[in-house]
Design a binder for this molecule. Structure first.
Ligand code: GCW
Length: 664
């Protein structure tokens, strides 16, 4: 994050208005900005491309005369949002069928950097894997008394809302749109899926706010979506029964008004019958009935409803061992397959429980062949260190997308899904994401929506090149090497010092930060490890447990159902085993717990050390300082996790550490 073309006005050095440029500092556009560029075509997004080119050339002094080095042009027969890039006879050409494709093509050239203007290359077609590539915000308009402005937000306040109102200055929102567009995201929902009283009004009385946001995001090809309350019609009608014709008429009218104001509105996001949100169950109706009522209103306008599958009983009786939160989404939704209208997108969290650091892939994804399914990822690091810990999620997401539910010969999740959604990790923090290195998660998400087969390490390299411009620094190899050392394996490191073998929710109830091994045990929210003096884990087998393992197609239900075959990292998710159970690597479960927790905390220390060894000047001092401060907290917290977990299981099991290390 150094480079000659930085200005330094206050706040974060090098950044105008005190805001860090994330992966689009001026240097990211240098290769484009130094060239002669022609842009052919008309339309609002082509205008954005022209503005981007003008900005880049103003920053880098591209020369106006002579034949072009880069031609960006609208051309027929290109895939939607896609583009073809080629280089011949000293000219790089980007041809796209629409303005969005041209914009994506421009940012692609920026990623290629000088390589876009070197040796000739034949035409390469790029098209996004998914039509809808969406970021969802859990932002409240009002400050919620418990959750604050942003629910599970670790990056300051909302980019859109402040204290009950739309922000007067939306320049950050516009800069955010640019960042998102540069990685291919084209849809944003602007309010929390928990829709409280004020936020419910965005659909009606306060629609003007949404219009303004749509205007701000539109120049970067981003369509606005809105989280709505299923109970919205009840305010006028006293009922929200989805089969009541007055209710469907209400939705139709409300939706018509939205489209009158925002013709390219994307659609609704709904969390229904979940954690206290209203839903169709109150009227004895199914979730297909509920989703279809809203979908019917959106269909004439081309909108979609993202209907969340995150439905489970959070008022569980812990004495009832048959109820299993992991089963809930499948139990609710699999029987409804085929009943949803075509513009319903069932939005499924990637794991069956709730964004834990290690979960199997949700079986719902493979159980709904007659339904459009979007996979929901959590960029905001609720359960993965809350943007105080480095936890690079690209490798986790890549694993999810590469999982083949029917076995190696069948399609992978990436091919079954109809869209990808991430809960955003961005806020009004000067670094966007609290932890500057957490920007890479947003970057990786966008890139995976275009190509879910990308190698996460290569994606990280792209991000490093754009963000840090290593080649302009005194020691590119050291900078790149340090970032990889700190980030590449950070998800597994986090897993090591927190959750062993697929156990989840050993977090502090409420804020979900830090260890509390029994925090959720025997609560109405669920019980997650059942540790006693003999063993640990949740029996989710079909033979003796909750039967969750049986929700997978045969290839995996057999593997997961058997303690001998179950992959080690998920053993305690699927089975309750004695502490002496021997894992595939020959270690016992209890020894594995000790070993990984000692190792994980040590890795956190090494990460801090690596970062501290970066010579001053290689990284913008503000970034270096913020990362260093967060690494201090990560080391402290990792030790706390290590000691809490090891002590707990040592005392429960009475089994000493084979290596005689100190356990308190
Ligand atoms: O992980 C849980 C969070 C809630 C969130 C919920 C959900 C928005 O703790 O804060 O609510 O998931 O995904 O709906």
């Amino acid at each position: 994050m150094t480079g000659p073309e930085r200005d330094t006005p206050g706040g974060v050095p090098g950044v105008s208005g005190g805001v860090h440029p994330a992966w689009l500092p001026p240097s990211a556009m240098r290769a484009v900005g130094r060239r002669r560029v022609q842009v052919h075509g008309d339309g609002p997004l082509v205008a954005t491309v022209r503005a981007e080119v003008a900005r880049a050339r103003a920053d880098h002094g591209g020369d106006g005369d002579g034949p072009p080095d880069l031609v960006l042009a609208l051309a027929p027969a290109q895939p939607p949002d896609g583009f073809t890039v080629s280089r011949a006879a000293g000219v790089t050409t980007v041809a796209a069928g629409d303005g969005a494709g041209l914009l994506y093509g421009l940012f692609h050239v920026a990623r290629l950097g000088e390589a876009a203007f070197g040796a000739p290359f034949p035409p390469r077609v790029h098209r996004p894997a998914y039509e809808r590539r969406m970021v969802q915000h859990w932002d409240n308009v009002d400050v919620h008394p418990v959750m604050g402005q942003v629910e599970r937000g670790y990056a300051g306040g909302s980019l859109f809302w402040h204290d009950g109102a739309l922000r007067a200055d939306l320049s950050r929102a516009a800069a955010y749109a640019r960042l998102l567009a540069s990685v291919g995201v084209n849809a944003v929902s602007v309010n929390n899926v928990n829709v409280h009283a004020t936020e419910a009004l965005l659909l009606t009385d306060r629609l003007g706010d949404v219009v303004t946001l749509a205007d701000v995001l539109r120049p970067y090809g981003i369509r606005v979506h809105l989280s709505v309350s299923f109970a919205a019609p009840a305010r006028d009608l006293g009922t929200a029964d989805p089969l009541d014709p007055r209710v469907t008429a209400w939705w139709a009218l409300a939706t018509d008004r939205v489209y009158e104001a925002i013709p390219d509105f994307g659609g609704y996001v709904v969390k229904a019958d979940s954690e206290g949100q209203p839903g169709p169950f109150a009227y004895g109706r199914s979730h297909a009935d509920g989703a279809n009522a809203l979908a019917a209103a959106l269909a004439p306008h081309g909108g979609v409803v993202h209907w969340r599958a995150f439905v489970y009983n959070h008022r569980q009786d812990w004495r009832d061992r048959g109820t299993d939160r992991a089963r809930a989404a499948y139990d609710h939704f699999a029987p409804l397959d085929g009943q949803f209208l075509d513009n319903v997108v069932l939005q499924v969290k990637h794991g069956p429980v709730d964004f834990q650091v290690r979960e199997p892939v949700s079986p719902v994804i493979a159980a709904m062949p007659g339904t459009r399914v979007a996979v929901e990822l959590q960029a905001t690091q609720e359960y993965t260190g809350q943007q105080r810990h480095v936890c690079h999620l690209g490798p986790m997401w890549r694993e999810v997308l590469g999982f083949a539910p029917w076995g190696a010969d069948g399609p992978a999740v990436a091919g079954v899904a109809d869209g990808l959604v991430a809960v955003s990790n961005a806020g009004d923090d000067p670094f966007w994401t609290g932890h500057p290195l957490a920007q890479a998660n947003l970057y990786a998400f966008g890139r995976l929506t275009w190509d879910p087969h990308l190698d996460p390490v290569a994606v990280l390299d792209e991000w490093i090149d754009l963000t840090f411009a290593p080649d302009t620094t005194a020691d590119p190899a050291l900078l790149r090497g340090t970032l990889h050392a700190v980030m590449d394996d950070s998800w597994r490191t986090y897993e090591r010092y927190t959750a062993p073998l697929g156990v989840g929710f050993m977090v502090r109830p409420g804020d979900h930060y830090g260890p509390d091994v029994d925090g959720y045990e025997y609560t109405p929210w669920g019980t997650y490890h059942f540790a006693d003096r003999d063993g640990v884990g949740v029996d989710r087998s079909t033979a003796t447990g909750t039967g969750f393992a049986g929700q997978y197609p045969p290839a995996w239900s057999r593997v997961y159902g058997s303690p001998a075959e179950c992959p080690d990292e998920l053993l305690l998710f699927f089975h309750h085993v004695p502490y002496g159970h021997v894992l595939h690597d020959g270690t016992t479960v209890i020894q594995h717990i000790y070993d990984t927790h000692f190792a994980g905390a040590q890795e956190a220390e090494r990460m801090r050390q690596r970062w501290a060894q970066l010579p001053a000047g290689l990284v913008d001092p503000a970034v270096a300082g913020r990362v260093a401060e967060r690494l201090d907290e990560q080391v402290r917290s990792a030790r706390e996790w290590r000691d809490q977990i090891n002590t707990y299981f040592h005392r429960k099991s009475g089994v000493p550490d084979a290596h005689g290390r100190r356990i308190h």
